[in-house]
Structures are given as C-alpha cells and as structure tokens.
Ligand binder design. Structure first.
Ligand SMILES: NC(=O)C1=CN([C@@H]2O[C@H](COP(=O)(O)OP(=O)(O)OC[C@H]3O[C@@H](n4cnc5c(N)ncnc54)[C@H](O)[C@@H]3O)[C@@H](O)[C@H]2O)C=CC1
Ligand SMILES: O=C([O-])C1=[NH+]CCC1
Length: 318
C-alpha cells in the first residue's frame, strides 16, 4: 500500500527555501537543460488548457532531472482577473523517481513566485552591467515582490522605480521596499535611465518602448506567457540582444518573441555553460515563460529539508 503524501504549505516553503542556495541550484539546472540529452533534464513544453469562459488558463508542467534525482509536476492556473484570490493558483506534485510514488504535494504559489524571481536573478547576474544602480519594476504584484528580493541578492539599488496599472498597488509595494522606492506615473517615467527593468505585469499589448530604454540596460521580460500576449514592443525586441529560458517553450508561448519575429541569441543556460557570450554592455533582454525544472529543483530542496526536520522532531521530541 502506498503512503499518504506529505502536504507542505506556502508558509513552510518560504521558511525552508534559502534564496542563495536556490540561485545556485537553478543556475546549474538551467545549464543542464541547455545541454540537451547530456544534461539529463527532461522537460516537455507545458500543456496549457484555456478556460475561455472564465478568462483563465491551466498549465501542466512535468519535469525530471536525472543528476538531481528529482521528479515533479506543477499544476498552475492563472486567472488575471482574480480579485480576492491570487491570480496564480498552483501545486507541485513531488514523486519518487525510482518508483513513481507520490511523496508530497507542495504549495506551488510560493514556489512559482520565488523561483521565477531567482531565475531572473541568474540571468541578471550574467547579463546586466555589474554597476547597475536603478531598478524599474513594471507591475506591483506577487512577482514584483519576489523579483525585488531576488535581485537584491546581487546588489543593493539606489532607486527602485515602480509603475503599475493601479497606483495604489505601486504605493503599497513602495511602502514595503522603503526609502529607495519611488512610485511613477507612467512606464516611461519608471524606466528613464534605469539599469535593470523588470516587466512583471499582466499586460497583453506592448507597454515598454525601445525609445524609453537606456542603451546597455538589462530587461527581465517575465509577463506575457501566451503567444498572443506581449509586454515589449517589436522594435525593442528586434534591436536588443534577446536571451530566453527555453527556446522550445518561448517559440510556442512567448508573444514578445513570436509576434516581433526577433532573433533569439541564446538560452541563458548556454551562457551559463560558456557556449554563448553574455553581451552585458549591449541592451539585453531575458525573456522567460517559466520552466518546470525550476519548480522541480525548488520542490526538491523544500521536500528534503522538510523531511530532515520531521526526522529530527521525531528523534528529539520537544
Ligand atoms: N516567466 C515566468 O516564469 C512567470 C511569469 N509570470 C507572469 O508574471 C506576471 C505577473 O505575475 P504576478 O505578479 O503573479 O501577478 P499579480 O496579479 O500578482 O500582479 C500583476 C501586476 O501587474 C499589474 N498590471 C496588470 N496589467 C498591467 C498593465 N497593462 N500595465 C501595468 N501593470 C499592469 C497589476 O496591477 C499587478 O500589480 C504575469 O504575467 C504572470 O503570468 C508568473 C509566473 C512565472
Ligand atoms: O512558469 C509558470 O509557472 C508560469 N508562467 C506563466 C504563468 C505561470
């Protein structure tokens, strides 16, 4: 008989996931992914079911890393119009790769939020000018928060500019960030002279224009994960050096790439592996749509720490 899987909540995920450890682990996983078969990562492009009637989407994201002996599937729903619930709902099902049994169901909202910021931090580490001082966040939701935390692992910022569709959400985030934060009235104002721009909105038509971006800036283009959605105008995509998380996934899902018909210079994993250059003195874009392997590695760290803690608690009860 199989054992009941553990349930690991979002609160526990946040306690157990060490951001620096995750950054190293995701960097290695992205490199392994870009090695193809030799990297031991199996990750098909996610399956997406549109729920048109309710303006939502359901994504199913399985992944396996043989070098980490980690197997998991994330089920993620995104409903941009949700008001009282988060716009993303997600669970990660962690399986034993040796026999397929289900070990744990882990809150996927926290994992999605944290790992996406960390993946952008890996790209930023390679692609941004090391003297970056001004960060612009476009969007002020869950991902804006996780990106601020993740990017702050790399450096501190003199100024963090925030623009969002609703000024109140930008003001709330600015209060959390503190005195370096500045609420802006337009995307143009937020990105003027910014060294790092992170678009984390639910925009479906371009909101960031080439003429506003400082030459040499680095952009993490994180929103717009459907083939007909975009955040960045075509000229910006065409005139910048574009890197992505996965060519396979972006060629099917990233409207910013598909609709602009821009060239993709490299996967970030190819830069990590030293196969492609990090052209950080040019204007660079890291376009991500999200990778199962990032969820798999996050879930593995969480699960192992959770089990270690359980063992300790049973050996040394309070
Ligand atoms: N690349 C990846 O791996 C992942 C990407 N995402 C994407 O990141 C984006 C943000 O996700 P969350 O922060 O979780 O969502 P959220 O709902 O928590 O926040 C979205 C924010 O964007 C703002 N916004 C919406 N439309 C806008 C517009 N047209 N212009 C400016 N601001 C606008 C909202 O007011 C809100 O502040 C979404 O597009 C989501 O699908 C989410 C998870 C992973
Ligand atoms: O990777 C992910 O989990 C997602 N990408 C876009 C919506 C959710």
């Amino acid at each position: 008989m199989s054992q009941a899987p553990k349930y690991i909540s979002g609160e526990e995920v946040e306690k157990l996931l060490d951001l620096k450890e995750l950054l190293n682990s995701i960097e290695t996983a992205l490199g392994n992914y870009s090695k193809g078969k030799d990297g031991g990562v199996v990750q098909p492009v996610r399956l997406v079911v549109p729920i048109e009637k309710h303006h939502g989407h359901l994504g199913v994201m399985p992944g396996y890393s043989s070098s980490d002996e980690a197997l998991a599937t994330k089920i993620v729903a995104f409903y941009p119009e949700n008001k009282d619930l988060p716009t993303h709902q997600a669970w990660v099902l962690m399986q034993d790769p040796t026999n397929g049994s289900l070990n744990a169901i882990i809150d996927g909202v926290s994992i999605t939020s944290i790992r996406t910021g960390i993946a952008s931090a890996v790209a930023t580490k390679h692609l941004a000018n090391p003297n970056s001082r001004i960060l612009a966040l476009i969007g002020a939701g869950v991902q804006a928060r996780s990106h601020f935390k993740a990017l702050s692992l790399l450096q501190s910022f003199d100024e963090v500019r925030i623009f969002s569709r609703t000024r109140a959400s930008a003001q709330k985030l600015a209060k959390e960030i503190g005195k370096t934060a500045k609420v802006c009235s337009s995307v143009e104002e937020a990105v003027e002279d910014a060294d790092i721009i992170t678009t984390v909105s639910f925009a479906t038509t371009p909101i960031l224009k080439a003429e506003w971006v400082k030459p040499g800036a680095h952009i993490n283009a994180v929103g717009a994960c459907r083939p007909d959605w975009r955040e960045l105008e075509s000229r910006l995509m065409q005139e910048s050096v574009v890197y992505c998380d996965s060519r396979d996934a972006c060629s099917q899902e990233a409207g910013d790439i598909i609709l602009s018909e821009c060239d993709v210079f490299a996967e970030i994993g190819e830069v990590i592996n030293g196969e492609k250059q990090a052209l950080w003195e040019k204007t660079t874009i890291f376009k991500s749509v999200g990778m199962a392997i990032e969820d798999v590695l996050s879930a593995k760290i969480v699960y192992e720490k959770y089990m270690h803690q359980l063992k300790q608690d049973s050996e040394y009860p309070a």
